[in-house]
Design a protein around this ligand. Sequence first.
Ligand SMILES: Nc1ncnc2c1ncn2[C@@H]1O[C@H](COP(=O)(O)OP(=O)(O)O)[C@@H](O)[C@H]1O
Ligand SMILES: [Mg+2]
Length: 332
Amino acid sequence: MKRTHLFSIFLVVVDPPYVEFFGFKERPFSLTPDENFFFPSRSHEQCLEYLGFFLRQNEPIALVYGDVGTGKTITSRKFIGSLDSERYNTALILNPILDRSELLKEILRELRISHEGDSPFREMYERLEGFLLEEHRKGKATVLLVDEAQLLSDETLDFIRVLSNFETGKEKLIQVIFFAQDDFLERIKREGMKYLAQRITVTFRLNPLARDEILPYVNHRIYKAGLTGTFRCDEGAGRVMYELSGGNPRLLNLLCDRALLLLYLQSKRRLTADVVRRAAYEPTLSHLIAESMAGSKQRVHLFYALALAIASMLFVCVRLGLIGRLLSLLSF
Ligand SMILES: Nc1ncnc2c1ncn2[C@@H]1O[C@H](COP(=O)(O)OP(=O)(O)O)[C@@H](O)[C@H]1O
Ligand SMILES: [Mg+2]
């Protein structure tokens, strides 16, 4: 198993020791797209405004696209959370590797529309149509949000296009929002996708955070994690984080998570540019974290400290070209 995979498992299973050290209630830089941590950067805020506009204008399909880790999933959740549940039904499809029938089943489940487990496609389709009409009569609109939409097959994409045609003559019965990676845009420009592309009337590219948003982002997440101890992030640390991550929130989270671990290992509470650089270039860190899954907490803490000291020494030796001398010393 690759180290990064072990690292990901660790992210889910155990809180790292710095959580207690800094007095957080939870991990501040987890990779989970938890909307309670949502930071309204200019791009994310504007995206929510576009989506609000899209719903109010009763447009058929919107597309939010962007690089991996720019915050598409967290924005979709934030958007759903911002909607008045008295006025909107929402169905969020997170994993769209489904055929037409499975997708329809998933939509019915999300909208809590009852049906027999093995109902034929036609019957499920009519149930959905009936539900949408009935809800519309009650003044309730329905929104279908599809995350990772680049994974939809051509067949299911076309099915969603057909769904977006449901209307009363005056209004759409269901509005669709795709969240997808950048290359989705190229795909729907292809010849066979013409009819779908024509229905995507609102598009928004989610951008990474701007330079001046890095520190507010870090402090926002630290605050949301319920910091009770002392913590400070230097301006210089923010500058280096921007250089290294380009403002991508996912990379920022990884970087900050490692940097907090380094601070903990040094019993320090001030995040400096130097600590961020070391967090980024310290190749053994993710391995060290993964190792902790195997041992008791205390043993692991000692292990962290020892391994980090050795790794740092090696790192310095390599930088100073002293590795040959070190090896000859060790072989004595
Ligand atoms: N605006 C934001 N506010 C707070 N955290 C964010 C924001 N955007 C992204 N993140 C964090 O960055 C990571 C990646 O976000 P995610 O929504 O999974 O990205 P994507 O779906 O575009 O790959 C998650 O940990 C998420 O919490
Ligand atoms: Mg996502």
